[in-house]
Design a protein around this ligand. Structure first.
Ligand code: ZN
Length: 443
């Protein structure tokens, strides 16, 4: 495998491909350590060389990226690599995020597998909180994330979020004179309207605020984008990108139950910020809520969050008193990706309920009745003659059918209702027929 040398002269051997890294790059684990990875670019140029060196010199950003109390908030470059000791920089060393999944993958119940088997919506809330806190710290020091998307955010099983591919961030170098390094990369589905309309313009604090709002709200709604038209809206609303450019999310534009179901998954303070950032101020950059507001809202939501008694992945926050993923009410059954619907109530069958005295009595009555009917048919056929014989046999068979009807009706609804009437009719028929036979025999 290819070998690379760090600025300190340590050789690293590329081991396994662990990510594409975007921007025509590849990320490899290395033989020499389980804690680091190397990102190697295919298009190496002098600008990348300088950018990486300036990023590594940004001590405040590096300190924030590696927060001792939290872990890696961002996979910030920690060293550069070359193919030869005196060659050009071709990539950098970064932390290897072991046992993490993308925010996109953990935003749905299907992602709660393997290392994340115990991951649930409350852990997701925690991951969003950490993400907002990370963006707040970077924005405060003038670092613009730029390409913020759930595919560029890795989440640990305990809900720690780490931004990866952060070599494209925007920042001002610490050197003199200070140099601007713009954030030009973006993922269209999570970009602010102004960035989609003017893609040659770099990301800003305001565009980070829009993307943060979109990433958090979409994650908490199980990957349902507020800007994607539902099946009911698709004929009247534009594509996802058209809606983003217009700052017009279809999620807030209608009143159908699917929309209410998705929004119901957002804790109340988070929904307020989501509406403000993505609808009311979608095209008004100055009014978008800042990451510190998301931190406060997510913290408030987390304090009141409680697990759903029905499904361990679900959770809900005050003032909700029922789980929005389960319903009831207008959101029932339309929450995004509910985990396994409860089976519909089935008609109560005898084997579904405990045996009662009524069951035993009914079985005895039915057995006796069947025996009586068979006796009726036999006696009628032997003793009677002519029209009486035919009448006895037909009546006996009819009563057997009537008895079967009674058993069937009683199975459908054990509570005495019309099945009781059938039993009364059978009894009357039986008495009348036996009376007639007795009359013939005694005559
Ligand atoms: Zn639930």
């Amino acid at each position: 495998m290819a070998r690379y040398v760090t600025s300190g002269g340590k050789w690293l051997t590329a081991k396994d491909l662990v990510g594409d890294g975007g921007q025509r790059a590849a990320v490899f684990s290395v033989d020499e350590s389980d804690d680091i990875a190397i990102k190697v670019f295919l298009d190496v140029n002098l600008r990348l060389h300088h950018r990486l060196k300036e990023m590594m010199a940004h001590e405040a950003a590096l300190a924030w990226a590696m927060d001792q109390s939290v872990g890696w908030r961002a996979a910030w470059p920690i060293d550069v690599v070359r193919t030869t000791s005196d060659g050009k920089i071709v990539g950098y060393v970064m932390p290897l995020m072991n046992d993490c999944k993308s925010l996109f993958d953990v935003a749905e119940p299907d992602g709660a597998t393997g290392t994340h088997a115990n991951f649930n919506w409350q852990t997701l809330l925690n991951a969003c909180f950490h993400l907002a806190e990370t963006v707040r710290g970077f924005n405060d020091m003038g670092v613009i994330i730029g390409d913020l998307s759930p595919h560029n955010i890795l989440v640990s099983a305990s809900g720690i979020a780490t931004i990866i591919d952060c070599d494209s961030v925007g920042f001002t170098s610490a050197g003199s004179p200070a140099k601007q390094w713009p954030a030009m990369h973006m993922t269209d589905d999570f970009s602010a309207p102004e960035r989609l309309l003017h893609p040659s313009q770099p990301a800003t604090v305001a565009s980070d605020r829009f993307s943060l709002a979109l990433v958090i709200s979409q994650a908490l709604m199980c990957n349902v984008s507020p800007f994607r038209a539902t099946a009911e809206q698709v004929s009247t609303r534009g594509s996802l990108i058209e809606n983003l450019k217009a700052g017009s999310p279809p999620l807030f534009g209608g009143s159908n139950t699917a929309e209410r179901g998705c929004l119901a998954c957002l804790p109340a303070p988070v929904e307020v910020l989501t509406r403000q950032a993505l609808s009311e101020s979608a095209t008004n950059e100055a009014d978008r809520p800042g990451p510190e507001e998301w931190v406060a809202a997510l913290c408030e939501a987390d304090i009141s969050a409680q697990a759903c008694p029905r499904d361990p992945w679900h959770a809900y926050c005050a003032p909700d008193t029922v789980c929005p993923f389960c319903g009831p009410g207008p959101v029932s059954g339309v929450a995004p990706r509910p985990v396994e619907q409860a089976p519909a109530p089935q008609p109560s069958m005898p084997e579904d309920r405990p045996a009662t005295t009524w069951d035993a009595a009914r079985a005895a009555v039915v057995l006796a009745a069947v025996a009586a009917d068979i006796a009726l048919v036999a006696v009628g056929a032997i003793v009677a003659s002519g029209v009486w014989r035919v009448l006895a046999v037909v009546t006996g068979v009819t009563l057997l059918v009537l008895l079967a009807c009674f058993v069937w009706a009683d199975d459908q609804d054990p509570a005495p209702s019309w099945s009781g009437s059938v039993l009364v009719a059978w009894t009357l028929g039986q008495v009348l027929t036996f009376g007639t036979l007795a009359h013939i025999l005694l005559a």
